[in-house]
Write a protein that binds this ligand. Sequence first.
Ligand SMILES: Nc1ncnc2c1ncn2[C@@H]1O[C@H](COP(=O)(O)OP(=O)(O)O)[C@@H](O)[C@H]1O
Ligand SMILES: O=P(O)(O)OC[C@H]1O[C@](O)(COP(=O)(O)O)[C@@H](O)[C@@H]1O
Ligand SMILES: [Mg+2]
Length: 539
Amino acid sequence: METLSPSITPCVSLPYSNNSSVHVRSHGLSSLLLRNSRSPANLSLISSSRSSLTRASAVEHSKTSPSIDLSDPNWKTKYEREFEERFSIPHITDVFPDAEAIRSTFCLKMRSPTEDFVGGYPSDEEWHGYINNNDRVLLKVISYSSPTSAGAECIDSDCSWVEQWIHRAGPREKIYFRPEQVKAAIITCGGLCPGLNDVIRHIVITLEIYGVKNIVGIPFGYKGFSDKDLTEMPLSRKVVQNIHLSGGSLLGVSRGGPSVSEIVDSMEERGINMLFVLGGNGTHAGANAIHNECRKRKMKVAVVGVPKTIDNDILHMDKTFGFDTAVEEAQRAINSAYIEAHSAYHGVGIVKLMGRNSGFIAMQASLASGQVDICLIPEVPFNIHGPNGVLKHLKYLIETKGSAVICVAEGAGQNLLEKTNAKDASGNTVLGDFGVHIQQETKKYFKEVSMPVDVKYIDPTYMIRAVRANASDGILCTVLGQNAVHGAFAGYSGITVGIINTHYAYLPIPEVIAYPKSVDPNSRMWHRCLTSTGQPDFI
Ligand SMILES: Nc1ncnc2c1ncn2[C@@H]1O[C@H](COP(=O)(O)OP(=O)(O)O)[C@@H](O)[C@H]1O
Ligand SMILES: O=P(O)(O)OC[C@H]1O[C@](O)(COP(=O)(O)O)[C@@H](O)[C@@H]1O
Ligand SMILES: [Mg+2]
């Protein structure tokens, strides 16, 4: 039976403050709300979180909002209007006001993809499956009654309800590209993630249903645009039919690569006018820059992203594809660590999971397994040594339970390691190996206190990333892939697609990558994780 450590803090204090120095939870409203701290009412985003604002260097919000004066009786209306403006999605008609729209060729009546449009486009005249351009999805669905409510994000001290609407994804009745004039390209960048092949597959299948015949894959990420030895891969339903049965990416992935202008030069040369970009924060920063460069050059191109990251660090979305699968797979590693630890005399199982800045996989896998005693993530500071340190608690667990399991996210405890200052080809900081560090410190500590322990360290990170998507991710990938194509045909560009409050939406890219999403240490989910592990604060 699990025994709780006597050092457990019974409740977590909720630092409510409307002082401008309050740490702002890193959600989408941050830039606007931080500016509010200079407003006459001197109110910033009021949050019960203790995490500080983290910001990706990549992209700032593209559409800045002026400060909201909370003493203005109409501030809510103004806020909602400005929110709508920030989350408006760029459209081809912004640059080409006379762009011709035709009736959609997305037709679910069976038709051979090799058929030519000699007799005109097929259409489902009576079909009521289209999305109206004015359809919206609500971004936030909880009305908090107090800033001290767990996870509360409030704009004013009363936590006034403010509506934040974003664009609903899906097929439109009017499209801005003639299928026979489309050359569509798909690219996968960054690290691997379960589900990449499922998304590629559904982009290709949906493009074919619209009637596109010229579809290519760019090999090995952005590098494929500049490396002369890499040739584009022709794609069709036949090519992609079974690719979802294996993990990885049919097209290959890479970090780093050519400049944005080189990429756009290459797109011009190749005649690409639809680009589907599958990747994380970095890839999306690139996609947005490509979109802007195309606009600057007056190219009628749709650039649409599909967020890919097992780290789940993309803002606003319920989750990104591959995350669910990663959690499921991580749980298997935790179970092995548990079995090893449980079967050994004074066994300690340590599992390292991915998560550069965000501990979502570690948190969710710990919760899912129910076998973790200590979960360490980058968002929550901790000490290893000292009276409240991890090792002291570990000793207590060994004494009371006989074994213990520790789950660490790769980005945890970086302040306790020597900095490498190394960067990968994309400019991401190369992290120190905290898993190895805590393994070594555990062995040292128990030697010092003359207590025998049997430490088993499992690093399943690349095994987790390489698996094929599970059923739930498979469905998510299908919907995201289809919606990416609908967005491009509808004439949107510089957008990405995500699942938000169980609905599918289009968002302007800068809003989802303004900074990496992270675990809120005051969220219900982190509290649930603490309830499950029974771990105390290690501070
Ligand atoms: N700020 C940026 N602007 C343009 N391209 C970027 C930017 N950051 C990263 N990239 C490119 O995006 C690709 C993927 O980035 P990376 O950070 O490795 O993965 P991810 O997209 O999963 O975060 C790389 O080819 C990288 O060169
Ligand atoms: O060894 P690689 O390819 O750099 O990948 C490691 C990184 O991949 C990730 O899982 C996901 O990163 P990306 O979203 O940038 O692909 C990180 O958590 C991890 O640091
Ligand atoms: Mg990234």
